[in-house]
Write a protein that binds this ligand. Sequence first.
Ligand code: ADP
Length: 553
Amino acid sequence: MSTPLILPPGISKDKFAAYLDAARAAVGADNVEVITGPHQFTKDDYMDPAKEHDMYPVFDKDYFVSSAVVCPRNVQEVQALMRISNEHKVPVWPFSIGRNIGYGGAAPRVPGSVGIDMGRHMNRVLEVNEADAYCLLEPGVTFQGLYDHLVANGLEDKLWIDVPDLGGGSVIGNTIERGVGYSPYGDHFMMHCGMEIVLPNGELVRTGMGALPEPGATGAPDQQQPNRCWQLFNYGFGPYHDGIFSQSNYGIVTKMGLWLMPNPGGYQAYSITFEREQDLPAIVETIRQLRITMVIQNVATIRSLLLDAAVLGDKQSFFPGVTRPLNDTELDEIQSKLGLGRWIFYGALYGPQPVRDALWGAIHGAFSQIPGAKFFLHEDDKRSPGVLDIRAKTMRGVPTFDELKWVDWVPNGAHFFFSPIAEVRGEAATRQFQITKKRLLEHGFDVIVDFIIGMREMHHIVCVVYDRTRPEERARALTVVRQLIDECAANGWGEYRTHLALMDQIAGTYSFNDGALMRLSERIKDTLDPNGILAPGKNGVWPRGYDKDKWQL
Ligand code: ADP
């Protein structure tokens, strides 16, 4: 069968069949799957993710769907696919693993695009350099896969990785989406070094020092021994391009270098609980001063009570029969039952004992100023097993999957992230939290949030958890986030990343000088991809061949 459920826009059945023939000739028939109907939407589990549709749909399941999924076996096949796609004017949507849940998974922005599954075959750790503490990866390497590789080579104690909340995503996918983790190396894009990219016209580029040939290197460009400094110095010479290949539709990343953290010589995870919702501004002010001076060494988090509670049980287990948002009395009950706070701060200390002692002294002293703060070192925590056990692994760079549980807070749980950036100020945190809380409660959702503290900003991660089988609830989830986007933009806050359904709205909020940034992005798009075949509409960037007003959702 060559007729998909959804054809790419403007492509007839015959043209699509011709495209498929060319794709099969390029990558082998076994590596081309046509998506002919919903009977193929069999996967909706993070551990075995769907490759053709959004497992956590916000529209109907059959909206964000690929026409086919093609799995190139090597870089040259990716190049061939780009040439074929240009020839046939078929849009493609690359993904590495498709565990980008809450943001659309593997699904394309334009229904009927051809998914390019970069991870199925290209999943090798190409190099781990112990002396210089870096690795070079292909798109299919997951955080868990990288960790396993270090274990298999006896290196997991020497070199630490940085992991996001869940360990199953692609390291490349997460990094180029500018995802975060929680160790001192938590800003993944900051820690990448060197990329290899297939441009929309099929040309292969290595950025930074990778553009300088290694003496004696021979063979096809993708297989050439890379320059020995590729993973050591990000910038090379001339314009620095890596940023435009993140959250973009300008190229397909086929290799990426990433710095690993040498074992710091000691580690101590801790948490601090705070009794009252009103403690938030004091917590945030304290964190800013400690984080900006690097007394807090890692990307630390302030989690709301219900985020932790949801990892430990679903809503029914706490309050059987209650479907409305929980009230303050119920939150108090959960708080005392679990020995948690309204807010729980998770951090870790890195370094030999005297270093850790000095840092802990400063951190303990500063947070002790907040009445009711309670301190837990991981090893002494009597509440174990609990969330600190999980975070202790995460902040040490050991991948886990336990945080998947909070999605089951409601039956058939799925989630949708709303992720605005804010200044690390008590007043900003309070205002952003109040706006969010009000809207979530109005729309019938519990307040499940997390503040992730970077070097000079916070990612406020709002988790809208809904029952994916109930269209009315899905619609409400979308409505509340749409309102929050506008309300936050009116306060000067924008999101760092988003779901396919909201890319245009958020791109529209970055409107300084009559949308000058978007005009620049569109000019780059049209120059690099004149046929508009690579991920049209990603992050709101539409090629000139698309009437973007018609594509708004
Ligand atoms: P993960 O499984 O790591 O969470 P995905 O593989 O789903 O992430 O990728 C998330 C998004 O990042 C994709 O939808 C796509 O837009 C982009 N992306 C992922 N891998 C690549 C790649 N190799 N080249 C270009 N874009 C990519």
